[in-house]
Write a protein that binds this ligand. Sequence first.
Ligand code: ATR
Length: 488
Amino acid sequence: MENPNICLALTGETLKKNEETARKYSGYVDIFELRADFLNHSELPLIAEFTGMVDKKVILTVRRERDGGKYRESEASRVNLIKAALSGKFDFVDVEEDLRDREYEKLITSSGAVVIRSFHDFDNVPENLVSRMRKMAVSGKEIVKAAVMPKSTADLLSVFKAAGELKDLKKILIGMGDYGFSTRVLASRLGSFLTYTSALNEHQAAPGHIDPETMEEVYRFSAIDESTRLFGIIGNPIGHTLSPKIHNPAYRKLNMNAVYVPFKVDDVKAFFELADLLQVQGFSVTIPHKGNVIPFLRKKDPATEKTGACNTVVRTAEGWQGHNTDVDGFLYPLVRHYKGSFPRGIKVTVIGAGGAARAVVHALAESGCSVLILNRTASKAEKLAENFGCKWASLDSEGLKMMEDFSELIVQTTNAGMEPDTTLDPLEGYSFKGNEIVYEIIYKPLITRFLSRAREKGCTVITGDKMLLAQAWRQFKLFTGHEYPENI
Ligand code: ATR
């Protein structure tokens, strides 16, 4: 099967605006879709001219409100609008599944256009997806399109399975929204004719669109084929993960045929099934699944064993192997700060006792530090402290007093201060002296209120991006066997 095309949905209010957007992205796009339902009313008589304004094939779509579009007038006026536009010799015309009008379709095909017969389901993945798509292939010449809404990992799995049953069908199969994002990047795995994208900072034509430049520059869409090795990240939420922008450019730099895709996952078991179906070679794990993947691992590295948290899963001949690169990733910026010789015995306060704190405390304890754990919920601090032989206290005045003796290094592991709630400061009552090293593992924003207070007092601060990168470099090595390339 041919590699899928990148289609840019044009949602401007004028043809001129669409022409400008088309020109901007032309280098990344194979097909434009004129979403005429977004056009101002006064533009509608001019639609036929649009094919002459761009240098690529064009799909004409006038989407009704109930299919997620903006066209509000009668069905008869919609059909008449499209009929009148056919003189523009569009390459494709989108015709909804329920609009069965042979004469109308004949007009479309005799104008030289291919029919894209589509249906949209913004609520579900219909159970009869496969039989419904088969039924939509009436003439055998049309492209059958289904845009459905997976609302779980199990739903996403059913979309990929449906694609497997429809290999012979000329089709476009899309999972919309966050759960469906991978279907947009992996259109070739689904055997889709194209993937839809939207221009940056313009109306997203459907939930889950990214822009064509990101699709090509980050995900290298047009290079994804049968032999592309698939990697990814699972988490929930996952929308703002930076990891694809760390891993994918390295594949490009090393000329590796591989892609790294984010998967929103609610159910780890369903994801492992999907990972087998797609032959995922390895994946990163983030909140809240670092503990949830453990029952599925055949082997675990010592850091995973000790922390009970796994952030890296690699396919091996014997089964899935779990690693925890957060531990070494956390230490890396400190080791650099101390010029390679991490001083044993330094006294450290760790704020927080959640999943992230486990990796941090383990790393510090292994490095011979004395650790004080302070947490809002004291019982959690106590439990973690018992595991690693540390001191503990609540995040109150008593805890702050104990800190005085444990403030050479302060590590902030809670999500207090992270976007979107950037006003929080987990250590509000503490006045920095200025000689502490203050390390925070949050990277959005890079400088939180907490770090900003520390910096104002002259403390050395270490931001969370350093750990993010260092853990990713180690993952890259585990996934590919190659060192992460320099100068990215
Ligand atoms: P993660 O895997 O990111 O560590 P987690 O396991 O849910 O996430 O842990 C969140 C940590 O942030 C906990 O230590 C939590 O404190 P509690 O155990 O008292 O819940 C801490 N945390 C979250 N919001 C906080 C806030 N506003 N102030 C102080 N600590 C906070």
